[in-house]
Write a protein that binds this ligand. Structure first.
Ligand code: ARG
Length: 769
């Protein structure tokens, strides 16, 4: 019986193209043709696979950029005009703002090149090609090797391959691992270092709804900003902004569709999702749920409240801290939502069940036991060990480095190490000193000493109270003896005596750095004590647990894929270019709560509240909306569309990604995810997970009507080609063709061993957006 089915399935597999589930998946463009194309056509795609990804001819991928390593952008004109999110341009907008000329608050659109604003340090990467380099990376790796030996060899190969692909600095290249180190791919990019700010709506539009609406649907946010990429006269990248540069001519830019969206329309999102951990074992989920997330939430909550107190007192502080605040708040709410969701959806239990069934499958066969039998045991042992040190690690990142003066002091460590070394090369000291200029400028530009002092006292107090004594830095014992354990009294001492909070003193130090001055500085000494404790007492313990964990994870992921041959797994996000596809789709958030698939300007008027800064509507917008002055951007019902949702699988890093219809036209810009699916980075729920997009017609309205910058819209290729391809309206939030997709699940050609062959905020666990 079993055998017959197996033979039948194999035959079927030879006849049918490999199909993947449409709901989950951030797919590598390299394999779209083989793994996803047939399914995408069913959902309404009209392009050829080559029109999506082709290394030899212009294809969609040439219109997509990774912005600054933390967001996505897309070209919308043949003169390098690029769209992304408002929250991706937030830092640039803030840094070009002053209380007198506040473009973050008021918005601005450059309609002449002279008005565009350069952003030294900001870059975009455009993918040239990607390649499966698994066999080269794993060449010489044997099962007998220790994990350290394996890592050393793999890293050596990764570096060699990447270095060769850089072609003497012409390209940026790196090799990333996939599926826990079972597969490796090379990515080669052109990096353009001249990215100029072209415009954005007022903050009250671009961040309408603020932190209240963040991570939630329904949304009424015009979350977009515009940049222009510049290149040399021969269209080549330059390392930074140059006066002679001209607008870059991309190989491909996206036409912009005025057609609008209906439920069931095909939608694909092309971009750079940052990080998902869908293969995180139950023990890892449990640690996140009951240790890491509560600590992060508590520490960020404390920091945000103290920042906000001061921001509310002074417009100058508000502006200085706006971008930092937004970044920290974004993931503060994320961690809250993730934990709520994990409890509601019983994510840990589901993983445990999956692991139990995997264990059963493994132990049913001696060869499998041999190959994978150790994995789950080793994983659980490693996490039991990690649980002892994990809190120290979270507090190092969020409490110690969460205070600005400590984070700045940490930048001094390389220089400190050189000053300590009598044999250090004077040239190296000079370089380490020079390297501090930029961080110094950056630090003092937006720094308020009094604010940071309060944060310093509060966060260190929490560290002192919450982390086991045996794992605390030595300096805490001094605080105990001299200040009775009061971090407030200690902060008074530190801030009265440190030179690190004064720009002129730091400048004087950098002009003639001495070990003695750094060593006796109390802010530096505190950071150094925490850092030394971390690197000597915590990190080695965690690293010792990490090697067996890495090995076990690799086997665990391999076993899962070997067991579930009917499922084509998509690799976890790792900041490489991915494509996700699906449809415009409503959802039911919880019992009896249905969410429509689109919002209109009517909702902006409903949410408007002049007494609440998060829901203020700028006067001009209010007047235009009340007059229903929508121009050519109204929908069929005479409404101004604002946002819509799709069931595309996305995560942080995708921010700014184009939402593209079946004809390859831009219909929206992805900017968020929904509250009900905050566990999405850890476990995917097809019924709940939605991608929140600003409707491109609202974007155009904001530029042309609100911003008065019609010339920027005219520069785009605006099209109106009739209804979008798609599968038609759906019922009850369930995609009409979900069932078709289920039926289409087939075995892969090689019995399931098929490989889904094959980079600031600013990560989920880290700083920000
Ligand atoms: N949650 C969005 C993301 O991570 C960021 C939204 C920015 N808006 C805000 N209110 N912080 O992509």
């Amino acid at each position: 019986m079993l055998k017959l089915n197996w033979v039948k399935l194999l035959l079927l597999a030879l006849l049918l193209p490999v199909a993947a589930r449409a709901d989950e998946g951030m797919w590598l463009p390299l394999y779209v043709k083989r793994l996803n194309y047939a399914d995408m056509q069913k959902k309404g795609l009209k392009l050829t696979a080559e029109e999506i990804y082709d290394v030899n001819n212009a294809s969609l991928k040439d219109a997509i950029v990774q912005l600054g390593g933390f967001c996505t952008g897309e070209f919308v004109s043949n003169r390098g005009l690029m769209l992304s999110n408002h929250h991706c341009g937030y830092d640039a907008l803030q840094s070009h703002s002053t209380p007198e000329k506040n473009i973050l608050q008021d918005g601005f659109f450059a309609t002449t090149p002279a008005e565009e604003k350069t952003n030294p340090g900001l870059f975009v990467d455009i993918l040239v090609r990607m390649e499966d380099v698994g066999s080269k990376v794993l060449d010489g790796v044997t099962p007998q090797m220790t994990e350290q030996e394996r890592t050393a060899l793999v890293q050596k190969h990764q570096k060699e391959i990447a270095d060769a692909a850089k072609e003497n600095g012409q390209y940026v290249a790196y090799v990333r691992d996939f599926f826990g180190g079972n597969e490796y791919y090379l990515f080669v990019y052109q990096r353009f270092g001249d990215v100029r700010l072209v415009g954005a709506p007022p903050e009250a539009v671009g961040k309408f709804g603020g932190d209240t609406d963040n991570w939630e649907w329904p949304r009424h946010t015009g979350d977009f900003s515009m940049f222009r990429v510049y290149a040399s006269k021969d269209n080549k990248p330059t390392a930074g902004p140059l006066a002679d540069n001209v607008p870059y001519q991309p190989k491909k830019h996206l036409p912009v569709s005025l057609q609008g969206v209906s439920e069931g329309d095909f939608a694909m999102v092309f971009g750079f999702p940052g990080r998902t951990q869908r293969f995180l074992p139950a023990a890892g989920l449990q640690l996140t749920l009951d240790q890491s997330n509560p600590a992060r939430i508590k520490l960020r909550d404390t920091r945000l409240k103290l920042w906000k107190e001061d921001m509310d007192q002074s417009p100058d502080i508000r502006l200085k801290y706006a971008s930092k605040y937004a970044g920290i708040a974004n993931y503060w709410k994320y961690f809250i939502g993730q934990n709520e969701g994990m409890k509601r959806l019983k994510t840990v239990d589901a993983k445990k069940a999956e692991e139990a069934s995997l264990a059963q499958w493994v132990s049913a066969d001696p060869a499998r036991s041999q190959q994978y039998g150790f994995a789950l045991n080793d994983i659980n042992t490693a996490y039991a060990g990690l649980r002892e040190y994990n809190l120290s690690s979270v507090y190092m990142n969020e409490a110690v480095l969460g205070t600005e003066v400590s984070a700045f002091a940490a930048r001094m460590l390389p220089l400190y190490n050189l000053l300590k070394d009598p044999k250090a090369d004077p040239a190296a000291v000079k370089k380490a000193t020079a390297d501090l200029q930029e961080p110094m400028e950056e630090f003092f530009k937006d720094y308020n000493v009094a604010t940071d002092k309060k944060v310093y006292a509060a966060l260190l107090q929490l560290y002192y109270n919450d982390v086991p004594k045996a794992q605390q830095p030595d300096i805490f014992r001094t605080v105990e003896k001299q200040y009775g354990g009061s971090m407030k009294k200690y902060a008074d001492y530190v801030f009265a005596n440190t030179f690190l909070t004064s720009k002129s003193k730091v400048q004087a130090f950098l002009a003639k750095p001495t070990l003695a001055q750094l060593e006796k500085d109390p802010a530096f000494a505190t950071l150094n004590s925490a850092y030394t404790n971390y690197t000597q007492n915590i990190l080695p313990k965690m690293q010792a647990l990490q090697s067996p964990l890495t090995r076990a994870n690799r086997a665990y992921v391999a076993a899962l894929r070997a067991k579930n041959t009917d499922k084509v797994y998509s690799p976890d996000a790792n900041s490489t270019l991915r494509l996700s596809y699906g449809t415009v789709r409503a959802y039911t958030g919880r019992d009896a709560v249905h969410f429509d698939y689109k919002t209109t300007a009517q909702g902006i008027l409903e949410k408007e509240d002049p007494t609440n800064p998060e829901f203020v509507v700028p006067a001009k917008e209010l007047a235009l909306l009340k007059a229903k002055d929508y121009g050519r951007f109204a929908d069929k019902n005479g409404q101004l569309p604002v946002a819509f949702i799709t069931d595309n699988d996305i995560t942080g890093g995708n921010s700014g990604s184009p939402v593209i219809n079946g004809r390859g036209e831009l219909i929206g810009i992805a900017f968020d995810g929904n509250w009900e699916a905050m566990t999405g980075d850890l476990a995917y729920d097809p019924n709940l997970k939605r991608c929140i997009n600003v409707d491109i017609r609202y974007v155009l309205w904001c530029i042309e009507k609100l911003g008065g910058a019609k010339s920027l819209v005219d520069e785009m290729t605006v099209v109106n080609n009739g209804p979008n391809p798609g599968v038609g309206p759906t019922a009850g939030g369930v995609s009409a063709n979900l069932f078709d997709v289920e039926k289409m699940k087939v075995k892969t050609e090689d019995g399931g061993k098929t490989k889904v062959k094959k980079k600031k905020e600013k990560d989920a666990a880290g700083a920000g957006m």
